[in-house]
Design a protein around this ligand. Structure first.
Ligand SMILES: Cc1ncc(COP(=O)(O)O)c(C=O)c1O
Length: 431
């Protein structure tokens, strides 16, 4: 993909078409079934539920056929034996998030993984009891954190600290997060931060903030629901203690798909860590001896409990194969250009404020449009015109105000769709 600067961008439709003509990832679109009512509709909501990779159906059918034909013998005899089925994901997952293979595992759902990982990494003791999250975090994270702290017998209202943007601002300043971490000092036990904030689309610097948390002796975990498959991550090098993400958004692995988790290798090697244990976390060499003593495998698998749901994991294998073939670096380069073009086409519109950071490094694919008046009706107008997007309350309680999120995805969207989506927004806001 050509390297372009803001000065090269153009409102001309032929400019968008010329980017499509040069796009070396263009052929990936045909590898998905896009849920379009009309051929010209635009699916910019892969950040909520990604479309189905064509290969998913074939892989699920393969497992149904093996189950029908082999029964229990499929554990070892299926084309992809179920005993080691999840191991196929290690390479693709590690490449996806910039980790080593023994640092990643596909298991459970995102919120469940946050709970499991907090069991290990939120270890309140003495003065060190506080848990830091962002104000307005995705509600499931807030519920998880509050209930988790309460389950330890602590007062969640006293122990959970929320960091908010400055008055009148939408996004967090990293220096403010660092200052809060420093102020909490030796009272901070864990920070749980978003790789990309779901409402604003702001991307945080994982390495920088992890460093700040470690400087006060605390642990740092990341919710990567909106970052996995969106940003080119380097989780191992960032030194994050742990991370978790879902697979149904940018990862296109189906509704409620099996989620992912990262645990840094320095913890993976530590078999003394407290955790919820199940037989699938036991060393596979001794798992079937059926002994009473749990021997955690020195792998992120040590946090998994159960034999994996094969039919649910199959679409993840199909989807991660597409990410592997495209490569996160190329996807990210295309994504940054798509979002820059979308921003360029929308930034002068009256009645609309783009609250996502303007800088490419501080955001992923998503742009969040704050619409001041009749926001929900505008959103309905965008959809009626064929632009699939989603709507979130602004969280400020201002009547008529709302946020529309648009996320062009580099695996299956085109630059011409970016051009046309902007045209739909411009027309609907004028009307
Ligand atoms: C940022 C974030 N965290 C957590 C969740 C909850 O995910 P799950 O229902 O997979 O646990 C979501 C879901 O959209 C999310 O966007």
């Amino acid at each position: 993909m050509a390297t372009l600067t803001a000065a090269d961008l153009s409102h001309d439709r032929d400019f968008a078409r010329s980017l499509d003509a040069q796009d070396e990832l263009a052929s990936f679109r045909a590898r998905f079934t896009l849920p379009l009512r009309r051929p010209d509709d635009i699916y910019f909501v892969g950040s909520s539920l990604g479309p189905m990779p064509l290969a998913a159906r074939a892989l699920v059918n393969e497992e149904l056929d093996d189950w029908a034909g082999l029964g229990v013998a499929g554990h070892l005899g299926a084309r992809r034996p179920w005993f080691s089925y999840h191991e196929q994901l290690r390479g693709p997952l590690a490449r996806l998030v910039g980790a080593r293979e023994h640092e990643v595992v596909a298991m459970n759902s995102l919120t469940a993984n946050l709970h499991f990982l907090m069991t290990t990494f939120y270890r309140p003791s003495g003065r060190r009891t506080k848990l830091l999250i962002e104000k307005g975090a995705f509600p499931s994270d807030t519920y998880a954190v509050m209930s988790h702290v309460a389950a330890r017998g602590l007062d969640a209202n006293a122990e959970v600290v929320e960091i908010a943007p400055r008055a009148g601002e939408w996004t967090l300043r990293e220096e403010d997060i660092e200052r809060t971490i420093a102020e909490l000092g030796d009272t901070l036990a864990l920070a749980l931060l978003p790789g990309v904030q779901y409402r604003t689309g702001q991307a945080l610097d994982i390495a920088r903030l992890t460093r700040a948390v470690h400087a006060v002796g605390a642990r740092c975990g990341w919710d990567l629901a909106h970052a996995a498959g969106n940003l080119a991550l380097s989780l191992h090098d960032s030194n994050a203690d742990f991370a978790a993400w879902c697979s149904y958004k940018y990862l296109n692995s189906g509704p409620g798909a099996v989620a992912g988790a990262f645990i840094h290798e320095r913890h993976v090697r530590d078999t003394t860590l407290p955790r919820h244990a199940g037989w699938w976390g036991n060393d596979p060499k001794t798992r079937f001896r059926m002994e009473d003593r749990f021997v955690p495998t020195q792998h992120a698998d040590a946090w998994s409990l159960s034999n994996p749901p094969i039919l649910a994991v199959a679409p993840l294998i199909a989807s991660l194969a597409e990410f592997d073939a495209a490569g996160m670096a190329r996807l990210r380069a295309k994504s940054a250009l798509m979002t820059a073009l979308l921003e360029f086409r929308l930034r002068d519109l009256r009645g609309l404020e783009i609250i996502t950071p303007a800088s490419g490094a501080a955001r992923g694919a998503q742009l969040s449009l704050l619409i001041a008046k009749d926001a929900h009706a505008r959103y309905e107008a965008f959809k009626a015109a064929g632009l699939a997007c989603d709507y979130r309350e602004s969280g400020r309680g201002v009547a008529g105000e709302g946020i529309v999120r648009l996320a062009p995805a580099p695996l299956f969207n085109t630059f011409d769709e970016v051009w046309r989506a902007a045209e739909i927004v411009r027309t609907a806001l004028r009307g």
